[in-house]
Design a protein around this ligand. Structure first.
Ligand code: ADP
Length: 507
């Protein structure tokens, strides 16, 4: 069965700054690919528009070729040519835009972090819509993501509907409200938007500075559907503590705002077929986990004396959001409790990186702890497979993927109850939660006592009830974290929005 059972086949075009595995910094890239693959599987036509970065994984793009005709798009008062490339990534059709602009917008050796990011991505947002218009596309849904392509929403209604690109509804997904794309109001004019009209409190004006515009706010105001990546985070960002200044905007647009938990790529993260683990295993036969534990310990030069000694792992970007002080505390507390600890992480913040390098060198020859301070995809797979417990003490967490990956590999999560962690990790000892959903250990307060209580309970269960622990491992491995059900929620939102538009006969 390939066609959608819920209605018509939709044409969905994602306009995004990332797509895994060719251009990925974080979760955004995974969502664009995972959601697109799942929608395609349901029978919809899904296309993606990306910048053509210099540093993409070109080896993972099939049949990449340039189209003959360039697309001209407007910026700073004149037209610039863009070369358009097409290719296939993970079976999905992708358009890559290569601007012929003297600033070489996507020729920087990195995706983000440039002084002119606002220009780079407002240029891209406009060029992407120009491509859709000139290619004669008639999408049902244009789905934009994060501040980088948030410009698409106001550009669509103000400039492109009048030009005839008018078949679509706009969906905007915010993957992290920390990053809002704010800039001096006058910067908005470069991509052709009307600063005077848009720099208003009910439109794109930043909620804390009336001479600045905020692209995420613009997308909230001008999109038909606004989503974020978990139901709990959707609640949190509507409060003063979580909203980073956008809570009032989200509250006044709450009717179109929902949180949908991300899925994970269950083909890439599958212990039964994973080529990067030492021994493959599945929920019916978890013997392989012990061999992976042994393999990791010997690879890292840790003690293998006791197979039953619990191994606690953490794989993360080391940034304040992730609760770095609690991660450090978990290392010491795990050792006090007789466990082993492995941290795989790296930090863009040099002070944090240095702090962890100091700790790492202290434990260089320790029998029971290792810190590996770099990004290492294949080591990550082995750590998920080898570990018994997985620690995620985030201060805030829009969705989080590591708790879901850990469970799929039978590593039991110990997580703070926030954002997407609160929607996917349910405490084994919490009588308010139906038994079938309980899958890990949680704590509420972001302090050492909070973390201790959850870690100690996990250790207690592990040591005193090996049979119960084994059942918990098997249960967690069988939870369905694939994109299928989340994609159905998006599909439903898309269909309803398209139906509403047709019923009222508006563009
Ligand atoms: P975020 O997007 O905030 O970084 P997520 O939990 O959504 O956090 O996604 C993190 C992803 O990055 C996971 O797939 C995790 O395995 C991976 N990851 C994080 N740090 C490392 C690292 N040092 N080496 C390998 N993979 C990492």
């Amino acid at each position: 069965q390939t066609s959608s059972t819920r209605g018509t086949r939709l044409h969905v075009i994602h306009i995004a700054a990332e797509m895994a595995p060719v251009a990925k910094v974080g979760g955004l890239g995974d969502v664009v690919t995972g959601l697109s693959k799942a929608l395609q599987k349901k029978g919809h036509l899904v296309e993606i528009v990306l910048p053509k970065y210099d540093i993409m994984r070109y080896d993972l793009i099939q049949d990449l070729k340039a189209l003959d005709a360039p697309i001209e798009s407007y910026f700073d008062g004149r037209l610039f040519k863009n070369r358009i490339w097409v290719g296939t990534v993970e079976g999905l059709p992708v358009y890559f835009i290569e601007p012929h602009h003297p600033s070489k917008f996507f020729w920087r050796g990195q995706l983000y972090g440039e002084d002119d990011d606002f220009k780079r991505f407002s240029f891209f947002s406009r060029a992407a819509l120009e491509l859709l218009l000139q290619a004669g596309k008639k999408p049902d849904i244009i789905h934009c993501h994060d501040w980088q392509t948030a410009f698409v929403a106001p550009l669509y209604w103000d400039l492109y509907v009048p030009k005839g690109l008018d078949s679509a509804r706009i969906c905007f997904t915010c993957h992290n409200f920390e990053y809002q794309g704010a800039a001096p109001a006058s910067d908005l004019a470069s991509c052709g938007l009307d600063v005077y009209r848009l720099n208003k409190p009910d439109r794109m004006q930043d909620n804390s500075a009336n001479d600045r515009v905020n692209s995420v706010k613009g997308a909230i105001v001008f999109s038909n559907i606004v989503t974020t990546v978990s139901p709990s985070y959707a609640q949190e960002v509507r409060t003063a503590e979580g909203g980073r200044g956008l809570q009032a905007t989200l509250n006044s647009h709450s009717k179109k705002f929902v949180g949908i938990l991300n899925g994970i790529d269950t083909d890439a993260w599958n212990p039964a077929t994973d080529p990067l683990v030492k021994v493959q295993y599945n929920s019916n036969d978890i013997e392989g986990k012990a061999e992976n534990k042994e393999a990791l310990r010997s690879h890292l030069g840790m003690s293998s004396a006791n197979v039953w000694q619990p191994l606690v792992a953490c794989i993360t970007r080391l940034v304040p959001q992730k609760g770095v002080h609690l991660i450090r505390h978990a290392l010491y507390r795990t050792l006090e409790l007789g466990g082993q600890f492995v941290l795989l992480g790296s930090s863009p913040v040099s002070q944090i990186q240095r702090e962890f390098e100091d700790i790492s060198s202290k434990f260089k020859n320790h029998e029971h702890a290792r810190l590996i301070l770099k990004y290492d995809e294949s080591l990550a797979h082995l750590i998920y497979a080898a570990s018994d417990m997985f620690i995620i003490p985030s201060i805030f967490e829009p969705c989080g993927l590591t708790q879901m990956i850990a469970m799929r590999y039978g590593s039991i999560p110990i997580a703070r109850k926030t954002g997407g962690l609160n929607d996917s990790v349910f405490d084994v000892d919490d009588d308010n939660i139906p038994i079938q959903y309980r899958n890990g250990f949680t704590f509420l307060k972001a302090d050492e006592q909070g973390l201790n209580s959850a870690l100690e309970r996990a250790m207690y269960h592990y040591k005193n009830d090996p049979e119960g622990w084994k059942q918990l491992v098997q249960k967690d491995m069988n939870i369905d974290f694939s994109w299928g059900s989340s994609a159905s929620v998006y599909e439903d939102l898309y269909q309803k929005s398209v139906c509403r538009a047709r019923a009222t006969n508006r563009p």
